[in-house]
Write a protein that binds this ligand. Sequence first.
Ligand code: MF3
Ligand code: CO
Ligand code: CO
Length: 338
Amino acid sequence: MNVTIPASTHGAARRPPNKLPRPNDPCWCGTSEKYKKCHKEADQVFLKEERKRLEANKVVPGEVTPKREVPIMIRRPDYAETGVPSRGSGRNVRTPEELVRMRRACRAAAEVLRKSGEQVKPGVTTDSIDAYSHDLIVSLGGYPSPLNYRGFPKSICSSVNEVICHGIPDGRVLLDGDIVNLDITVFLDGMHGDCNATFLVGDSVDDESRALVRVTHECLMKGIEAVRPGRPISDIGRAIELHADAHGYGVVRSYCGHGIGDVFHSNLQIPHYFDARSNTRMEPGMTFTIEPMITLGTWEESHWNDDWTVVTKDLRRTAQFEHTVLVTETGVEILTRE
Ligand code: MF3
Ligand code: CO
Ligand code: CO
């Protein structure tokens, strides 16, 4: 005789929602019981166990190899020696001539991102991916923009699992089941092109992380679809936040998209959440990045003591995708494409 177990979630070890009910509110599980009489205790146990598991498996810093050299013939950005970027022209609208050069830098960045992504597999260190990307950028005649930007020690950013952004490539080996973001910026023909993507390491990435990566990419595309001349910048973050919210995910607030061109980061900021103060109107010829960082849990961050690495405060996973885009007369063009 077959015994069917009822499909009730009550008592099952299911992850509680990010926003817990108050003690006297109805439980999140759908019964009419008060939360304190239903899942409250089980949730506390679950969250404590989860925190223990995340602490035990958190990403730890590895060894950072010496700064890689860039051949003397390659044109460098102004900060390459000093670490301090100049403010650039301050314009956010590019001339047609600048756009020709911008397209070349962006296409190169897209190629390097795709090929570097093909290097991602279990057993590979992020340092070896950095070496691969560095050599490829240089072979295309470009300078890897992160190198010595405000003192950043490596040529790309590699951000694993709970690392939100600005991870420094190091001797840590990628493990089957990790997710890793590679952020590639190329300085070519006097212009920067900036893009990133999150890759799955091996075949055993859990479903929760797969969904996060898929929805984060959707967030980027929804942000891009909101780009339109005459509309305020805040439309972009509104579209992204709406989609992240619908999945119960967080949107990182401290790091934004940015104007880009002759400088890596201009004054123009592109928040990935709705901010009514972002009332600058988009204009044809503007170039900026959209690069949402989306979290499974809290959007709050903490920092490693290496001056760079940003991680989620709750150590749950986070993903990111980035494109450099151009505002056109009718809408938008993605520049970081091959
Ligand atoms: N590429 C990153 C961005 O999308 C910036 C990296 S700055 C670095 O804006 F110094 F960490 F490289
Ligand atoms: Co960027
Ligand atoms: Co970037």
